[in-house]
Design a protein around this ligand. Structure first.
Ligand code: CTP
Length: 444
């Protein structure tokens, strides 16, 4: 009996898939089809898969060509499956030509001609209206944002607005998009807004964008006053729009996994969280010269407060700030201490002092250690009283990580703004309140 194996996502099952499976089956007597899991697809950069794995398996089975369906959940699995199932022929479409030649030592490799003019990507794009993003602010982060948008389906960058039009023009030329000087024309041309302007301008831009009926993805810190955050979220809700704070850590798969493990009980009850993030900046950088809204905590505080709010909650009994300030009064280094009824937390950040950037979560049965850059979580360890026992976890973090945030933003829009568990409105409001309290201490 000749055994054949093939693999795919088989999202939005189409003619190309059907023809591939038919020809794969005809290559032998017994066909095994490997269908990818959602998490494996995410690790290989396919972020927009529509059908659940159950639907995708059902669709493969319905063709009647598959004698057996298996799940493909990790890179490197193909090699082992070929040995395990005693495979004679491995086959995939010609879009993969050459990619699997390494399997030729174990079995025959056949690339079947791909059916023209059809793909899941095409179907996904036809299904969803492409969201046109307009960017406000054209600094460093906006330059990192544009290439990441290209990796998320269902969205494209339409143009950039900047009151300093030359800056918008330079940015637009670099990324081959449109530059807008007139904000009304800008809003007319787009569906959603990404705000990456200086912190102090976020509130007004959020207000304006919502009033123009646009969903908003805004860089952290969203706003610097609790009242402003409450008002902005209430407005968004009233207008049926999504207001979304861009703290990329909150949306990356490794951080999700970390929260899941931390809250699973393996380290017992969480009693202490310590998060530190430092990034040395030049003395003449915007971050260290904007005397109103610069400094370490405004810049990095959202990152270090995130795991604390996620794991210990917003119900702290007290919060205090301690800073080392530069000559212009901006904090070069800040430590925030929070006391909870049954726990403690410390958030440390610095732009002018370098320290070990780690996240430590201590519980009654063990602790979790995530080394820098924990804010782009890829690896963490769980330690116990028995020093010989260490559980290790890893997860991918692709590119600059903004793609996770962008795809979550689109997901939120497509689900009517619900499902904000990765970073809730309440958490964003608490963060704005903490920023406000910090700025009050600076004025004292
Ligand atoms: N396939 C094919 N002809 C097409 C599309 C896909 O022969 N027009 C084949 C692929 O080469 C692969 C299998 O079908 O062997 C499953 O492919 P999959 O990646 O699930 O489908 P795509 O339509 O290529 O999906 P996407 O657009 O998400 O990459």
């Amino acid at each position: 009996m000749i055994k054949v194996i093939t693999y795919g996502t088989f999202d939005l099952f189409h003619e190309g898939h059907y023809r591939l499976l038919k020809r794969a089956k005809a290559l032998g007597d017994y066909l095994i089809v490997g269908v990818t899991t959602e998490s494996y697809d995410k690790t290989r950069g396919k972020l927009g898969v529509v059908d659940s794995i159950i639907t995708r398996i059902e669709n493969v089975k319905k063709t009647g060509f598959a004698d057996e369906v298996i799940i493909e959940e990790a890179a490197g699995q193909k090699f082992n499956d070929i040995k395990k199932y005693h495979i004679d022929i491995f086959t995939v479409g010609s879009d993969w030509t050459g990619c699997f030649d390494y399997l030729k030592d174990c079995c025959k490799v056949v690339y079947l001609e791909r059916t023209r003019n059809i793909s899941s990507t095409m179907l996904r794009e036809q299904r969803q209206q492409i969201m046109r993003i307009g960017i406000i602010g054209n600094g460093r982060i906006a330059n990192r944002f544009v290439p990441e948008v290209k990796l998320v389906s269902g969205v494209s960058v339409q143009g950039a607005y900047n009151p300093r039009v030359h800056s918008a023009e330079r940015f637009a030329e670099k990324w081959e998009i449109n530059a807008y000087e007139d904000i009304e024309r800008f809003y007319d041309a787009i569906d959603v807004v990404y705000i990456a302007s200086p912190h102090s301008s976020h509130y007004d831009y959020i207000k304006g964008a919502l009033e123009h009926g646009k969903h908003v993805l805004c860089e952290k810190p969203l706003v610097l006053q609790k009242r402003q955050a409450e008002e902005a979220f209430a407005n968004a809700k009233k207008l049926g729009l999504v207001l979304f704070e861009g703290i990329k850590t909150a949306y990356c798969p490794g951080f999700q996994k970390l929260l899941g493990i931390a809250c699973s009980g393996v380290i017992g009850t969480i009693r202490n969280v310590e998060a530190c993030f430092t990034k040395l900046e030049r003395e003449d950088s915007r971050e260290l010269t904007d005397t109103l809204y610069g400094g370490s905590f405004i810049e990095l505080g959202s990152y270090v407060m995130l795991p604390i709010l996620k794991l210990m909650g917003a119900g702290y009994e007290s919060i205090s700030f301690d800073s080392i300030n530069g000559e212009n009064g901006l904090d070069l280094f800040t430590r925030v201490t929070l006391r909870y009824q049954n726990g403690l937390a410390t958030a440390t950040c610095g732009l002018g002092v370098k320290s070990e950037g780690r996240l430590l979560i201590a519980g009654t049965k063990g602790y979790i250690l995530v080394e820098a850059p924990w804010w782009k979580t890829t690896y963490f360890e769980v330690h116990y009283e028995d020093v010989n026992r260490v559980d290790k976890y890893s997860e991918v973090f692709l590119g600059d990580g903004l793609r996770y945030e962008i795809s979550e933003f689109l997901f939120r829009i497509n689900h009517g703004g619900k499902e904000d568990f990765k970073l809730t409105r309440g958490e964003s409001i608490t963060l704005a309140g903490i920023m406000e309290q910090f700025l009050e201490t600076r004025q004292e």
